[in-house]
Write a protein that binds this ligand. Structure first.
Ligand code: 9MR
Length: 464
């Protein structure tokens, strides 16, 4: 049995008749899967007229723990790889949408809108395109766009039409399109995309254009000239592959200046990387950074949504490209929600009745962080994140706290609970005793309370 993941394991209808008067001694049971009292990030964003989404890739769709979160938490999906040229037109005139169609179908099954990514990019471009003659390349590019955007017509809300066309200094990147077609290729690509799917919003998408600087100035001038010339463009995607503690101070101002040109803005590929391993200080900084980005988007009416570049640290591109860095997302490798998740949750207007954490570390190499995730008259749902702060993997762990105000703990999942008077002891279940250094596992429970339900003053974690 693997640790369950996904919203079904942490939600409870506030109206459900939950009477949890006695501790279920020695039991590890499944959490209820009734209707959600606690909103998802997608629902919170929707309430603000936005989306909150994630990129995904085909191999991960086979992992049920992964898809449980992907399918429930987000209301938007970006196809992380398989709409790119190397997948959709691997040889000239031969189109293949098999993989991208799988992701689009997943999104449709889960009521998620899709951002299309990406039609014209120098990367993940099959070799044959580089050998097309300068005379043929405009038609080859237009034909690619007509076919791909035509295939997905009505199924994507946005297209990243052209991706990463500028250098850091604001000059044009010398891609094959730039070299063989010249400056006009971007406008030509947008016109072809409009013709292929008139209802999709057409985006220019790039990295390092989140703050004001040479590169974002170049994109700004491009959008401005397109608007003046009537070239169809609807939005600018700020990828936002950011570094811990380095959210540009001009982010909101930059979003606003693009909006003022009459285009939408989307945060399209958000992740905030750190030197690994994680620790509590870095996690707190990362949470603050995610909060800043989310609030900057919400502050500008035309900032339409945020997409994380996959949602779990186990499925991020960062470690393979930036050795020694990672932990850039809002869920850890085991799909436990990180402080960055809660920062987004709160920035989007979510409230947890009690959002206080108490961390205890008695030197044994683990910490426990306690949180009440929802509370209603007489009942509550709690969650404890157990994190291995030691240098070696744990074999087992034990968490203890005291129910100081007469609360009870009832159904508990991902752990085995016993009680002695007011003291609650939770040991790992048979499948989650092993936690790798730096990793976290989470257990949850339902309880009852009368009067007040404060978080415990102390909680201890021991591991072996
Ligand atoms: O996440 C993508 C990764 O799996 C690919 O190997 C990589 C190839 O360059 O592209 C990644 O996605 C990129 C996106 O398409 C454009 N912006 C930068 C992203 C991270 O490299």
């Amino acid at each position: 049995m693997s640790a369950p993941a996904g919203r079904a394991h942490r939600v409870l209808a506030a109206t459900a008749a939950v009477v949890v008067g006695t501790l279920a001694v020695g039991m590890a049971v499944a959490a209820p899967s009734s209707a959600a009292a606690e909103p998802t990030l997608g629902e919170l964003a929707a309430a603000k007229g936005r989306y909150f989404g994630s990129a995904t890739d085909n191999p991960t769709l086979d992992n049920a723990s992964y898809t449980a979160v992907l399918g429930s938490e987000f209301n938007q999906i970006t196809v992380g790889n398989t709409q790119k040229w190397m997948y959709t037109e691997p040889s000239r005139g031969q189109f293949d949408y098999t993989k991208a169609d799988q992701i689009v179908a997943f999104a449709q099954q889960h009521d998620q809108i899709v951002r299309g990514h990406t039609l014209v990019w120098h990367n993940q471009l099959p070799d044959w395109v580089n050998s097309v003659s300068a005379g043929d390349l405009p038609d080859v590019m237009r034909n690619h766009i007509a076919n791909v955007a035509g295939h997905f017509k009505g199924k994507v809300v946005h297209w990243d039409v052209v991706n990463e066309a500028f250098e850091e200094d604001g000059t044009r990147r010398q891609s094959v399109f730039q070299q063989k077609i010249g400056d006009s290729y971007i406008a030509e690509a947008f016109k072809a995309a409009r013709a292929a799917d008139p209802n999709a919003k057409l985006y220019y998408n790039d990295y390092n254009i989140e703050g004001i600087g040479s590169k974002s100035d170049a994109v700004y001038n491009l959008v401005k000239s397109f608007k003046q010339q009537g070239v169809p463009i609807d939005g600018v995607g700020l990828q936002a592959h950011l570094i811990l503690g380095q959210v540009p101070s001009t982010l909101q101002r930059n979003i606003q200046r693009f909006a003022d040109l009459g285009v939408d803005v989307a945060i399209t590929e958000l992740d905030i990387r750190m030197r690994t391993p994680r620790d509590a200080t870095k996690d707190a900084q990362q949470a603050a950074d995610y909060r800043t980005v989310t609030k900057a988007c919400l502050a500008v009416t035309r900032c339409v949504g945020i997409t994380v570049w996959d949602f779990s640290d186990g499925y991020s591109w960062i470690p393979s490209v930036f050795p020694g860095e990672g932990a850039a997302l809002i869920y850890d490798e085991d799909f436990a929600r990180k402080p960055s998740y809660w920062a987004v949750y709160e920035a989007l207007g979510g409230t947890t009745t009690t959002t206080t954490t108490t961390t205890g570390d008695n030197g044994s190499g683990c910490t426990a962080t306690y949180r009440v995730t929802s509370q209603w008259n007489g009942g509550y749902q709690g969650e404890v994140a157990v994190r291995n702060t030691g240098a070696t993997a744990t074999a087992r762990w034990t968490v203890k706290w005291t129910l100081a105000q007469g609360q009870t703990v009832g159904n508990l999942w991902n752990g085995v609970a016993t009680t002695n008077g007011q003291e609650v002891t939770v040991r790992n279940a048979n499948y989650n005793g092993a936690i790798a250094p730096g990793d976290t596992t989470t257990f949850g429970f339902l309880g009852s309370w009368i009067g007040t339900n404060p978080v415990p003053a102390t909680i201890t974690c021991t591991s072996a």
